[in-house]
Design a protein around this ligand. Structure first.
Ligand code: HEM
Length: 136
């Protein structure tokens, strides 16, 4: 599996789970907390599986191919900046599920705002700045 393909798959996954997140926030705005929680269960599992799983596979199986890909595109900084958003948002995601399930409302909402900022950063830097074509 080459780096460009893995990145394309990750981008598709990020767009798909972002649609889920939007659906869960829509449910929240309508006062349907239960549906918000349900959708976010799926969001949680898919996000961690896709992002952590695929990124780990990329790093364990072919870390050199992956690094080389970014080097050839001159996109090492883009990757570093992307990781500055995506790694904390993955950690925060675990706290989001925990505080949501326990109904720690204020903490959950406060962390939720931070999570939305980090997720927006993850989305923008991931979709628009990471090169997903074959290296020149
Ligand atoms: C991103 C912004 C988010 C905001 C502003 C937000 C806000 C809320 C609010 C106001 C509640 C109702 C709390 C209560 O019952 O008093 C709630 C419930 C919940 N949230 Fe979130 N949330 C967000 C994201 C997430 C995420 C990312 C997850 C999971 C990964 C999550 C999981 C849950 C769960 C499991 C519940 C409990 C649902 C139930 O009552 O059955 N939330 N959230």
């Amino acid at each position: 599996m080459d780096a460009a393909l893995i990145i394309v798959m990750l981008k598709v996954a990020v767009v798909a789970v972002t649609l889920l997140l939007i659906a869960s926030l829509t449910a929240l705005a309508r006062g349907n907390y239960r549906l918000h929680g349900r959708i976010n269960y799926v969001f949680f599992v898919l996000t961690l599986a896709a992002l952590l799983g695929l990124e780990m596979v990329a790093r364990l199986i072919s870390p050199r191919i992956f690094l080389e890909h970014f080097e050839r595109h001159g996109a090492r900084d883009a990757l570093r900046i992307h990781l500055m958003f995506s790694v904390p948002s993955a950690v925060l995601l675990i706290a989001m599920l925990g505080t949501g399930l326990r109904r720690w409302r204020n903490v959950h909402i406060a962390l939720g705002l931070l999570f939305l900022i980090l997720w927006t950063g993850t989305f923008v830097t991931g979709i628009f700045y990471l090169p997903h074509t074959a290296a020149p």
